[in-house]
Design a protein around this ligand. Structure first.
Ligand code: B12
Length: 207
């Protein structure tokens, strides 16, 4: 997958698309392709933090990855029918507009038979709370890719406590720079390093 990781890092759109097609044809799982793309995006992020890439390149990398996801989405969706009793509320926290990872989580959840209430990006705490109340979801998933939005994750957890819902909903957080320390700080129940482990956690809640 090195070639795909490097093509994405170097923003070679047509090469990325060609390599993705080749991998699909070879029978490589879409999840493996996503993992490689993730690595490519981390490399793009590193070049950005070293001032070798600028915001325009960040935007372009996201466009390339969105194109790849459009191609992979139908392969991820699976055959599972939407179920009404397995509900998950997801969203990217206030102040943050990164949504590619969150969308992958949503697609995989739907493919596993979950009914997903996706609140989108830049979601304030009260909207998370309202959605959990209205849907009766037992899982609330938050995505954040900016370290200055960690306090927002804590705000959401605090708002859930204030609404008296804390013992009714399991809170899972994710996003590239998030880790166990952030989970502890925010007061969430679980941290998922990738979409697949996030889906597994949701399955455990509803098992
Ligand atoms: C693409 C990108 C953008 C795009 C986003 C487009 C979009 N529609 O999402 C744009 C150009 C808009 C952008 C903007 C900015 N970005 Co940006 N961006 C990235 C980049 C390169 C890739 C992110 C990505 O899509 N990765 C691929 C996906 C698939 O990975 P993922 O999101 O991590 O998701 C996976 C897992 O984490 C997990 N997951 C994610 N969420 C959740 C949630 C749950 C519940 C679960 C279970 C799992 C889960 O599942 C996914 C699949 O396995 C990252 C670099 C990086 N290291 O990630 C920087 C990065 C996140 N950005 C960064 C910065 C600084 C910014 C800006 C502040 C730049 C600026 N000066 O304006 C702005 C902020 C805008 C805002 N307010 O949100 C920094 C953040 C540093 C930090 N730690 O705070 C990073 C790390 C780059 C860097 N190294 O400096 N960015």
């Amino acid at each position: 997958m090195r070639d795909l990781i490097e093509a994405l890092r170097d923003l070679k759109e047509s090469e990325v698309n060609e390599l993705v097609e080749n991998r699909i044809a070879e029978g490589v799982s879409p999840l493996e392709i996503i993992a490689a793309c993730n690595e490519g995006m981390v490399a793009v992020g590193e070049l950005f933090s070293q001032n070798k890439y600028f915001i325009s390149q960040l935007i372009f990398s996201a466009e390339i990855l969105k194109g790849v996801m459009k191609r992979l989405d139908p392969l991820l969706k699976g055959q599972a029918p939407a179920s009404t009793d397995k509900k998950v509320v997801i969203g990217t926290v206030k102040g943050d507009i990164h949504d590619i990872g969150k969308n992958i989580v949503g697609t995989l959840l739907r493919g596993s038979g979950f009914d997903v209430v996706d609140l989108g990006v830049d979601v304030p705490a009260d909207r998370f709370v309202t959605a959990v109340k209205q849907s009766g979801a037992k899982v609330l998933g938050m995505s954040a890719l900016l370290n200055f939005t960690y306090p927002e994750m804590k705000n959401v957890v605090d708002a859930v406590i204030e609404a008296g819902l804390r013992d009714k909903v399991r809170i899972i957080i994710g996003g590239a720079p998030v880790n166990e320390q952030v989970r502890e700080y925010a007061g969430a129940d679980h941290y998922a390093s990738d979409a697949v482990s996030g889906v597994k956690l949701c399955k455990d809640v509803y098992a």
